[in-house]
Design a protein around this ligand. Structure first.
Ligand code: DC
Length: 226
């Protein structure tokens, strides 16, 4: 990966998607939402033939999972084959089943390669890549590595505001239970060595974006790639 990489990890509801997207806009970088691929695969398990959960470990996903995602922060879309899934992967049904897909070791290996390939093929001078294991597994050599957190209470509140139709119980399942389940395979709450912590519990959106952009600017290394 030769581009300038900003890797952002964090739990559900930490604001990592919206913050990463805005940081990418401000820097003229691409934005890669890596959770979308896990969600699109969970959608495929629910809606496509020959994508049963039990089939995934042995499946040749590189050949059979025709996944495409836009890295343009102003024109975000996700597709599998001819299916336009940008909205479909945000349903509660997908959110509640995605951990069972993300837990499969063979799927995680495939996703790591897929992410690296998407970054390598992009034409942006840099890419903000966000997802649970980005700083530790997918891009441990990224120029900037950030763990974006917020207290559980703040994260639940943010997710409830995003999902106006979801019940409180569903939000709790989607945030707290999914974190607990995901954390069995990826430790995304403790910053690994070289990873800088940004706690957004007491920051609004703009302040959080500014905190991330300043960390990147302080590193001084975006100058050549801007
Ligand atoms: O960030 P998100 O809520 O869209 O992530 C969806 C799911 O995919 C979530 O259960 C965590 C998992 N995931 C992962 O294990 N590793 C990533 N790099 C990104 C997402």
């Amino acid at each position: 990966m030769s581009q300038f990489l900003v890797a952002i990890d964090g739990p559900a509801g930490s604001g990592k998607s919206s913050v990463s997207k805005q940081v990418a806009r401000e820097l003229g970088f691409g934005y890669l939402d890596t959770g979308a691929a896990y969600r699109a695969l969970a959608w495929s398990v629910q809606n496509l033939e020959n994508f049963g959960l039990e089939l995934l470990p042995a499946k040749d996903l590189a050949a059979d999972f025709d996944y495409k995602i836009s890295l343009d922060p102003d024109d975000y879309w996700v597709r599998v084959g001819n299916h336009e899934l940008t909205a479909a992967i945000r349903t509660s049904e997908v959110a509640e089943s995605v951990s069972s897909v993300a837990r499969i070791p063979e799927v995680r290996v495939f996703m790591k390669d897929l992410t690296r390939d998407l970054v390598a093929k992009s034409s942006y001078p840099g890419v903000v890549v966000e997802g649970r294991d980005i700083t530790t597994v997918v891009a441990p050599d990224a120029e900037i590595k950030i763990l974006l957190t917020a207290s559980e209470a703040v994260r639940l509140k943010r997710r409830s505001a995003e999902l106006s139709e979801a019940t409180a119980a569903s939000v709790k399942r989607q945030v707290s239970e999914r974190d607990a389940s995901d954390s069995k395979v990826v430790d995304f709450m403790t910053p690994a060595p070289g990873v800088q912590l940004v706690d957004s519990s007491d920051l609004n959106f703009e302040q959080t974006v500014n905190a991330v952009v300043s960390l990147i600017e302080q590193s001084g290394s975006t100058k050549e790639s801007k």
